[in-house]
Write a protein that binds this ligand. Structure first.
Ligand SMILES: *Cc1c(COP(=O)(O)O)cnc(C)c1O
Length: 403
């Protein structure tokens, strides 16, 4: 019997002494929310992605809510997006009392099919909410063109895409550099960099940025920092309905360290993704993800696809039996109970590609602390699991062969 092998989780944040030290520094400073660390994190994030404005916020879901609200999305309006995403994408539309209008994904990827967007536009369409799913940039150029042609704002759900890049007029640019109107990021531990929970909004539009800052702090006309620093007594006003969507300085201090780690984290993930692609490309019945010529994914998730007849659950179980955790691919929002209601959404196209992607895909372990040996172990286990599943599939045919 071989020695038991250590478990390989599907993801793992990279957090260390530097993050712990940053939080300690903030605690001892006495200023713990939306203060100097948040301001510094915002300006460092803005320069990292190349955006004129970056506004820190409590998470990406609240970022999406404020982005849609800033774009003027309100009661009864429609927002074109995908069902094939994390549920927060469409939930944010519903927070605006608007209707998510789902279109299908591309035939060979997990992002919105730009060719389906125009036919879904109605007089009530107020925004296009595209997702850079699993960190892979969507076809932003085509989507922005459609938005411009119809004067509809484009909002990017870039929750997974911190550090991903897109080729724009011959230059590699970070996702979050404004081409769409607003981009929304997540710093949940399942993403490439984390602040525990947290988010960021980037935009080129100063009015949007001003609104985000107002709304994230109860609609209060004066920030804590201004009031605190003032030599005169100031009374604040609340002219608009706001929210408490603040990021704390504890989170921002962690975020600043994570941002410094990010380039190396992405480089490491890209090396592991290449190793996966090379090792997995020869497995019959399995397809590897495609990175378009104009995209550089941060590989927030590495998602493989099984041919139709192979049992996804059996393959995942076989891997788990070897100590290797995986996850099913991206969910379909329209199949969830929260979307069973009459006015919860509208499907503008068939969603068959979205549904079959969910049924056929598996997310493999990928995190910076893995080793090449771990990657090889996953490749080997997956090769075996797929072969075993294929044998099960072929079984009935073999049975009818006369002895
Ligand atoms: C994670 C995720 C979100 C939600 O981000 P939070 O920071 O957890 O609110 C939204 N959209 C997509 C595509 C995501 O993957």
């Amino acid at each position: 019997m071989s020695a038991p092998q250590s478990a390989i989780p599907v993801a793992k944040p990279v957090l260390g002494e530097e993050e712990a030290e940053a939080v300690r520094r903030v605690i001892l400073s006495g200023w713990v929310t939306q203060g100097p660390e948040v301001a510094a994190f915002e300006s460092e994030f803005a320069s990292f992605v190349g955006a004129p404005h970056a506004c820190a916020i409590s998470n990406c879901t609240t970022a999406l809510h404020l982005a849609l609200k800033a774009a003027g999305v309100g009661s009864g309006d429609e927002v074109i997006t995908v069902s094939h995403s994390f549920i927060a994408t469409a939930n944010a539309v519903r927070y605006c009392d608007a209707v998510p209008v789902f279109v299908d994904i591309e035939p060979d990827g997990y992002n919105i099919d730009p060719g389906l967007i125009e036919a879904a536009i109605t007089p009530r369409t107020k925004a296009i909410l595209c997702v850079h799913q699993l960190g892979m940039p969507c076809d932003l150029r085509s989507i922005v063109e459609i938005g411009k042609r119809h004067s509809i704002p484009v909002i990017e759900d870039a929750a997974c895409a911190t550090g991903s890049e897109i080729l724009w007029e011959g230059r590699w640019e970070k996702i979050g550099k404004p081409h769409g109107d607003i981009a929304c990021f997540s710093f949940h531990p399942r993403k490439v960099v984390t602040t525990g929970d947290g988010g960021m909004l980037t935009t080129a539009n100063p009015d949007y940025d001003r609104k985000f800052r107002l709304w994230r702090q109860h609609g209060m006309s004066v920030t804590d920092a201004v009031r605190h620093g003032s030599k005169q007594v100031i009374f604040e006003d609340y002219d608009e309905l706001g929210y408490n969507y603040r990021m704390t300085d504890l989170q921002a201090a962690v975020g600043r360290v994570q941002l410094r780690r990010l380039p190396e984290l992405v480089a490491q993930r890209r090396r592991f993704a290449s190793q996966y692609c090379e090792g997995l490309s020869t497995i019959p019945g399995l397809s590897i993800p495609v990175e378009p010529r104009w995209a550089r994914s941060n590989w927030q998730s590495f998602c493989v696809r099984l041919s139709d007849e192979i049992d996804q659950r059996a393959v995942m179980q076989a891997l788990l039996d070897q100590g290797i955790s995986t996850r099913r691919g991206v969910m379909n929002i329209h199949l969830e109970g929260a979307y069973a209601g009459q006015n919860s959404h509208r499907a503008a196209t068939s969603l068959t590609r979205s549904v079959s992607a969910q049924q056929q895909t598996i997310i493999l372990p990928l995190y910076a602390q893995m080793t090449e040996v771990d990657i090889e172990r996953v490749i080997g286990a997956l090769r075996q699991a797929v072969a075993d599943a294929e044998r099960v599939v072929r079984q009935p045919e073999q049975d009818v062969v006369p002895a």
